[in-house]
Design a protein around this ligand. Structure first.
Ligand SMILES: Cc1cc2nc3c(=O)[nH]c(=O)nc-3n(C[C@H](O)[C@H](O)[C@H](O)COP(=O)(O)O)c2cc1C
Length: 212
């Protein structure tokens, strides 16, 4: 569809310019900026099952390859097994000396993304869309998240009696970390690092992402 297709149709049909949309709430850019991977949480804030359900709710409105929608979500809160999940996940592989999360800042709510079908490229793409959509929803709700691929799949499945194959986890909570993005060139190191208590995340500049 041409960039200005809708504007032109509006003019043709109604004979006037499309009214300007008044933006309500966060822009996508603002949500993305705040949607940083968080590895330290405020334990005084207890994430409820209802909050996790609201986050997962976005997954009934997202794209899906062949519209197959084979992903399913298992919710874990403080009262329903978070302490059993914690020993099975790994955080902050680029900062092994820190042994993240710091004691007292562990996440206590998780969304476990499972698949009802065999893993495939389509399922993986669906998974990425689901995770990112949920991360943005969480930020909109004032919460923070961490996508977790480093976990003991077999033990998690057995411990929580998961009826399906777990593919990824998402930790959810009220983040306590100070995190900043650092624009870098495409040849610069990408590993995140910490300095004076701030977590820095290098991101390749937009201009260097373009191939032409
Ligand atoms: C597919 C995927 C798997 C990830 N797995 C882990 C993980 O197991 N443990 C972890 O601490 N962070 C994990 N992360 C978070 C990344 O380290 C993080 O996205 C990256 O450092 C960039 O930081 P940002 O999300 O704030 O932009 C994962 C992210 C993605 C997208």
């Amino acid at each position: 569809m041409a960039d200005n297709y809708l504007e032109k149709r509006y003019e043709e049909t109604l004979g006037c310019n499309k009214p300007k949309v008044k933006r309500i709430g966060h822009t996508v850019d603002q949500l993305l900026l705040h949607s940083r991977s968080c590895r330290g949480y405020n334990k005084n804030y207890i994430v409820s099952r209802a909050e996790l359900e609201r986050i997962v709710g976005v997954c009934s409105r997202i794209p899906s390859g062949c519209n197959q929608q084979v992903l399913r979500y298992f919710l874990v809160t403080k009262d329903t097994g978070a302490d059993q999940v914690l020993p099975l996940i790994r955080m902050g592989a680029a900062l092994p000396e820190l042994h993240l999360p710091f004691p007292g800042t562990e996440p206590e709510a998780f969304i476990i993304c499972c698949t009802a079908a065999a893993e495939s490229k389509l399922v993986d793409v669906d998974l990425g869309i689901a995770l990112q959509s949920m991360a943005l929803k969480a930020v909109e709700m004032g919460l923070n998240t961490l996508m977790i691929g480093a976990f003991n799949r077999e033990k998690l499945k057995a411990t929580l009696h998961l009826p399906m194959e777990p593919l990824m986890l998402m930790a959810v909570g009220k983040g306590t970390e100070r995190i900043e993005l650092v624009p870098v060139g495409s040849d610069a190191p990408r590993a995140y690092y910490r300095h004076d208590g701030t977590h820095y995340v290098p991101k390749v500049r937009a201009s260097e992402l373009l191939l032409n």
